[in-house]
Design a protein around this ligand. Structure first.
Ligand SMILES: Nc1nc2c(c(=O)[nH]1)N[C@H]1C(S)=C(S)[C@@H](COP(=O)(O)OP(=O)(O)OC[C@H]3O[C@@H](n4cnc5c(=O)[nH]c(N)nc54)[C@H](O)[C@@H]3O)O[C@H]1N2
Ligand SMILES: Nc1nc2c(c(=O)[nH]1)N[C@H]1C(S)=C(S)[C@@H](COP(=O)(O)OP(=O)(O)OC[C@H]3O[C@@H](n4cnc5c(=O)[nH]c(N)nc54)[C@H](O)[C@@H]3O)O[C@H]1N2
Ligand code: SF4
Ligand SMILES: [Mo]
Length: 670
């Protein structure tokens, strides 16, 4: 076949959901480039996706089903056929269903592919099977819960409007790594004179975008936000007209601020009162102020409350109704398509138990589990590397009596613990739908090339498993393309509103922008922003402490520019640039522990001792240690990675992860 350029999209867990042009002959991927017609991508991709052909044609791609021949974790397997693999899996599952019931089987998936069908199609299969359900809260559920307590499901401002803002607060987001097309908009705004403030736990690469960087003590951002609210109240800068028209409970909230003491907040956050004051005043006086709310600060024991408190700022100042002003957290495009057409909750014969994904280690090892988890099916995820309390997760995965199936593209640390591995395709090798969480457009992707070897998409694999299990429902007989078309054509409010031109755009595989509701209204029960929620444990936004702990250093995990969670760890070129597993330490903390840069150091707490290479840097404030990026066990220096130091405790609401709420102490390596 001749070389052609086909339209597809980035499948990874990134807010941008970039449109991609792929050069192919139907068997090979030669090159990718950003789609110039795509409203967000505007022709450029990040450094991770720039050479996607190196991932697609990587020598380590899994091409055939495998069966374990060595001990769990050893990575010893032999090739088997799909027929053998399916027979083995379904024989075991039928036995478990008979003996322990469906809840003894647990699916584990997250964001390997964020495309709608690849991401969600397993739900239908496991609902039909009667398996335990997974509470998928590892990422930003704390933030989501906190926001929903005050603004409901109100969407953020479109990313394309950032360039028109004159005051941009990047609050706990390393956009240079995680949100490149927002960064492009911020740079544009700066050209027009916008001021940029970064509020962070350490000086990230995004600091170079900022006119001012405020480094806070982790877990204290809610106090900072309330102090700003109080200063603005005292300065008469509350927008009373906005508060009266669009909010409820503002008076009660105002009265509650008498408990906020500025000197106390300053001591807690580490930010001088004068700086808090200037931040508050500049923010309130801006014409188009926006707060970009990242997730790190909400991965704390008080994470939901932190999001709720930060969201009070655009309310008291009326920034929500200033042009392009407001909040940019998540923009859910999920409602563009009828999700239940893929997830099929109607397939559940009775509601099965729900297990939290942050607590996988506990679920696999707790003797009180009834029924115990006897089989784990992992797809779109690598829990051995990304889940908290890593040592317990590995202990669980090592259980000889746990029947583990992993559907993967690479021999990940999790796959090494599998009894059966099934080879997965990449997003280039099937059709799908794209619903990004940071930009308001949707897209339908084409199949660019044939999968190599015997790789199969998630959809095709679940259909094969359904057939082998004897599921009679015709849903499981659709092809990948048929399910995409079926879901794409199920009517929704948004889809019905498209013009013929927009429909044509969508059918031509170009990203189609979703309309923005021009009226200002909050998607809450009352239609107003709700300061007061009498039924909640904390009826008003307030500062509550995080978990903290007894050890001296706050331990923060943060994204790397060169990887997305454990994705791209297969890429030698990116890994070389990322370097070894560093622990970023302030010179004072390093000196106190007698550690110099480049030396190996043990980070310790009640959960584990993890070996890092010390990187001593002023970028990290004294009292905070940072581990950027997810590393594989073979990249680790001592057999465990940063997540071994992270507890599986949950956020105050939303059952979210608390990766950034842990304490450690340092030990010299002898
Ligand atoms: N290159 C790259 N891109 C990615 C990812 C990646 O790993 N690498 N991950 C993807 C995923 S899954 C997600 S969810 C998004 C996340 O995107 P972001 O929201 O931008 O990133 P987070 O990982 O949540 O962390 C943001 C920052 O929070 C800071 N932080 C931690 N605790 C606190 C605190 O208490 N207060 C303050 N003010 N700051 C704090 C950390 O230092 C970190 O720099 O990015 C996505 N994009
Ligand atoms: N230390 C640390 N831990 C973290 C984070 C962090 O920043 N630092 N981030 C946290 C956050 S925010 C998140 S969202 C989670 C993410 O955790 P995960 O969702 O587990 O993300 P990845 O580690 O990228 O693993 C995804 C896996 O899915 C596979 N995959 C990709 N496409 C497909 C497909 O189409 N089918 C199948 N079957 N498999 C596929 C990939 O090969 C990869 O191994 O990690 C969390 N854990
Ligand atoms: S990872 Fe993000 S920035 Fe990079 S290509 Fe994918 S969607 Fe775009
Ligand atoms: Mo995430």
């Amino acid at each position: 076949m001749e070389h052609q350029w086909k339209r597809t999209a980035c499948p990874y867990d990134c807010p941008d959901g970039c449109g991609i042009l792929a050069e192919t002959d139907g068997k090979h991927l030669f090159k990718v480039k950003g789609d110039p017609e795509h409203p967000v991508t505007q022709g450029f991709l990040c450094r991770k996706m720039h050479h996607y052909e190196k991932t697609v044609h990587h020598k380590d791609r899994l091409l055939y089903p495998l069966k374990r021949t060595g001990p769990k974790g050893s990575g010893e397997f032999r090739q088997i056929t799909w027929e053998e693999a399916l027979e083995e899996i379904t024989f075991k599952w039928k036995q478990i269903l008979r003996e322990s019931g469906g809840e003894a089987i647990l699916p584990y998936s997250y964001s390997g592919s964020e495309h709608l069908i690849a991401n969600k199609c397993g739900h239908a299969f496991f609902h039909y099977l009667g398996a335990s359900q997974l509470d998928r809260t590892i990422c930003s559920k704390g933030k989501g819960a906190g926001l929903s307590q005050i603004i409901g499901s109100t969407p953020g401002i479109p990313i394309g409007e950032l360039s028109s803002c004159d005051y941009i607060v990047i609050w706990s987001s390393n956009v240079t790594a995680t949100w490149l097309h927002a960064q492009a908009q911020i740079l544009q705004a700066k050209k027009e004179g916008a001021k940029v403030i970064l509020i962070e736990a350490y000086r990230t690469p995004s600091a170079s975008l900022a006119d001012e960087v405020l480094l806070v003590t982790p877990g204290t951002d809610a106090a900072l936000a309330l102090a700003m609210d109080k200063i603005l109240l005292e300065e008469g800068l509350w927008d009373q007209d906005f508060l009266k028209t669009y909010t409820s409970g503002a008076e009660e909230f105002r009265d509650s601020l008498k408990n906020t003491s500025l000197p106390e907040v300053s001591a807690l956050t580490g930010i001088p009162v004068l700086k808090i004051r200037r931040l508050a005043m500049d923010y309130a006086n801006a014409k188009s102020p926006v707060i970009i709310m990242g997730t790190g600060m909400t991965r704390q024991g008080n994470g939901a409350m932190t999001a709720r408190c930060v969201a009070t700022l655009p309310a008291v100042t009326g920034a929500f109704r200033k042009p392009h002003g407001g909040l940019l957290a998540n923009i859910s495009t999920a409602a563009a398509f009828y999700q239940e057409a893929v997830t099929r909750p109607d397939f559940m014969k009775k509601p099965s138990r729900i297990l939290n994904m942050n607590q996988l280690g506990v679920h696999l090892t707790d003797p009180a589990m009834d029924p115990p988890i006897r089989s784990l099916y992992v797809y779109n995820s690598n829990p051995a590397c990304i889940a908290p309390n890593q040592a317990l997760v590995l202990q669980g995965l090592a259980r000889e009596d746990l029947f583990t199936v992993v559907h993967e593209r690479f021999l990940t640390d999790t796959a090494k613990y599998a009894d059966i591995i099934l080879p997965a395709d990449t997003s280039m090798e099937h059709e799908d739908l794209v619903t990004p969480y940071g930009a308001s457009f949707v897209q339908k992707t084409e199949k660019v090339l044939d999968p190599p070897g015997e790789c199969r998409s998630n959809w095709d694999t679940f259909c094969l498993l359904a057939k082998a299990m004897g599921f009679a429902h015709p849903f499981f007989t659709l092809t990948n393309q048929e399910i995409v078309e079926q879901v794409a054509h199920t009517p929704t409010k948004w889809r019905n509103a498209w013009s013929p031109e927009e429909k044509a755009h969508f059918d031509a595989h170009i990203g189609t922008l979703l309309p923005r509701d021009p009226s200002l209204h909050f998607c809450t029960a009352s239609g107003k922003l709700e300061f007061l929620r009498p039924e909640l444990p904390h009826p008003l936004p307030c500062y509550i402490p995080n978990y903290g702990g007894k050890f001296p250093l706050h331990f923060i995990i943060a994204p790397s520019v060169y990887s997305i969670n454990s994705t791209f760890t297969e890429r030698e070129d990116l890994m070389e640039k990322r370097g070894p597993m560093y622990l970023l330490l302030n010179p004072k903390d390093a000196a106190d522990a007698g550690i110099s840069s480049g030396e190996e150091v043990l980070a310790c707490n009640d959960l584990a001792q993890v070996r890092f290479l010390a990187k001593v840097t002023e970028d990290t404030p004294s009292g905070t240690a940072v581990a950027e990026g997810v590393y594989t066990l073979s990249q680790s220096l001592g057999g465990l990675t940063c997540n071994a130091l992270c507890s599986h405790r949950l956020t105050d609401a939303g059952n979210g992860s608390t990766f950034c709420d842990n304490r450690i102490f340092l030990k010299k390596c002898l």
